[in-house]
Design a protein around this ligand. Structure first.
Ligand code: SAM
Ligand code: SF4
Length: 330
C-alpha cells in the first residue's frame, strides 16, 4: 500500500482535523474580542466528508487523528461523530484538543470509546479573574471542573498552557506544581502570531529556553527520553506524579521529525502550521473525486511539504502570519 512520504523521507502518520471554526471563548492570543469572521455553515466540511478524508488518509498510513477547532464541542453532534470515527478499523488513536467548557456532559461517551486515549485541555491561568481576562469569558469554574473530572477518568490528561509575556508567566511554576499530586502532563506552548492580527509586541521573549529556566529556578527537571515526532520536550520532577513539557511552537526546533498534516474546518490541506494552505480537499470532493483520485492527490500534495516551519513561512503568498488559530486548528 502506498504511504504518505514527503520529499525529505518523513512519513505522515498523524492528521489534525479542525471540526469547526466556531468557538465559545475569545482567547486574546487566538482571536480579536469581536471574534473572527466565521464561514457559512455549508463551507464547513460535513461529518461524512471528514470521515471520508480520514478514511483515505488511514489507507495511506495515518494512524492518529487529533480533533480540534475552533472548539470541537460547540459543533452539533460532535459526540456522534466520535462514535462514527471509531468505526474506522485502520485508525488507532483519536485525541481531542478542547477548552473544556462543554466537555463535562460528554465524558461518559469519551471514556467509552477505546480509541480516545488522551485529551488536551487548554487552560492558561489558575486564577479565575486572570482566566477571564485571557479568554474574555467567565467560565473558569467549568474548565477547572473539567480538569478534575478528566484527571479522575481513564483518559490521559494533558494541559496546554500558552505562555504569554506580561500575562501568565508568573504562573509557570504554579502549573508545574500541579503535577505533584496529579498524574497530568503540563505542556507550555510558546505563543505564536496566529491571533487575527499578527506578532504581538512584548518586552520579553518567552521562548523554550526562558520557560525551561523559569522551571529550573524551582524544580529539578529530569529530561524524559525524546519520542520520535513528539511535539514537546518532556521532563519529570522527582516525587511528582505528572510531567512537564515545553512545545517550541514558535522557535520550531522540532520540524525535522514532523509526521503531521492538518485539515482546516473548510477542508484545506495544510502541510505545515506556518504555510498558507495547499489545496481545497473539500472542493475536490464536492467536484466528484473518487477515492482513488483522493489518494493520488494526497500522495502528490505531500511532496510539497516544506522542510520546516521557517521555509513554510517564507513561501507564504498571503502575507505574514496573522490568521486566527481557530480557523487553522491548533
Ligand atoms: N478550542 C480548543 C482549545 O482551545 O483547546 C481547540 C482549538 S485551539 C486553536 C488549539 C490550541 O491552540 C490551544 O491549546 C490553544 O491554546 C492553542 N493556541 C491558539 N492560539 C495560539 C497562539 N497564538 N499561539 C500558541 N498557541 C495557540
Ligand atoms: Fe477558542 Fe481555543 Fe482559540 Fe481559545 S484557543 S479562542 S478556546 S479556539
Amino acid at each position: 500500500m502506498s504511504k504518505l512520504i514527503d520529499s525529505f523521507g518523513r512519513q505522515i502518520t498523524y492528521v489534525r482535523l479542525a471540526v469547526t471554526d466556531r468557538c465559545n471563548l475569545r482567547c486574546t492570543y487566538c482571536m480579536p474580542a469581536e471574534g473572527i469572521a466565521i464561514v457559512a455553515r455549508e463551507e464547513l466540511l460535513t461529518y461524512k466528508e471528514m470521515y471520508r478524508i480520514v478514511r483515505i488518509l488511514t489507507e495511506l498510513g495515518v494512524r492518529k487523528v487529533r480533533l480540534t477547532g475552533g472548539e470541537p464541542f460547540v459543533r452539533k453532534d460532535f459526540s456522534s461523530f466520535l462514535e462514527m470515527l471509531s468505526f474506522n478499523d485502520l485508525l488507532e488513536t483519536i485525541n481531542i484538543t478542547t477548552n473544556g467548557v462543554l466537555i463535562a456532559q460528554h465524558i461518559d461517551t469519551l471514556t467509552s470509546l477505546k480509541k480516545i486515549k488522551s485529551i488536551n485541555l487548554s487552560i492558561d491561568s489558575l486564577q479565575k479573574d486572570r482566566f477571564q481576562k485571557i479568554t474574555r469569558r467567565n467560565v473558569f469554574s467549568n474548565v477547572f471542573t473539567a480538569l478534575e473530572l478528566l484527571e479522575k477518568s481513564r483518559l490521559h490528561l494533558k494541559l496546554n498552557v500558552v505562555v504569554q509575556s506580561g500575562l501568565n508567566t508568573d504562573e509557570i511554576n504554579d502549573f508545574a506544581r500541579l503535577t505533584h499530586h496529579k498524574n497530568i502532563a503540563v505542556r507550555f506552548i510558546e505563543e505564536m502570531p496566529f491571533n487575527g492580527f499578527g506578532l504581538r509586541e512584548t518586552n520579553e521573549q518567552w521562548n523554550f529556553t526562558k520557560i525551561l529556566q523559569e522551571m529550573q529556578s524551582e524544580f529539578d527537571l529530569i529530561p524524559l527520553p525524546q519520542q520520535k515526532s513528539a511535539t514537546s520536550r518532556d521532563y519529570t520532577i522527582p516525587n511528582h506524579q505528572g510531567t512537564v513539557g515545553i512545545i517550541p511552537a514558535f522557535t520550531r526546533t522540532i520540524c525535522n521529525d514532523c509526521n503531521r498534516i492538518r485539515i482546516t474546518s473548510t477542508g484545506v490541506l495544510k502541510n505545515c502550521l506556518f504555510d498558507d494552505g495547499v489545496f481545497s480537499i473539500r472542493d475536490f470532493i464536492r467536484d466528484g473525486a473518487s477515492n482513488e483520485d483522493l489518494k493520488h492527490l494526497f500522495l502528490s500534495l505531500i511532496k510539497q511539504k516544506p522542510k520546516n516551519g521557517f521555509v513554510a513561512e517564507k513561501n507564504r503568498v498571503k502575507g505574514a502570519v496573522s490568521e486566527s488559530m481557530s480557523t487553522i486548528g491548533g
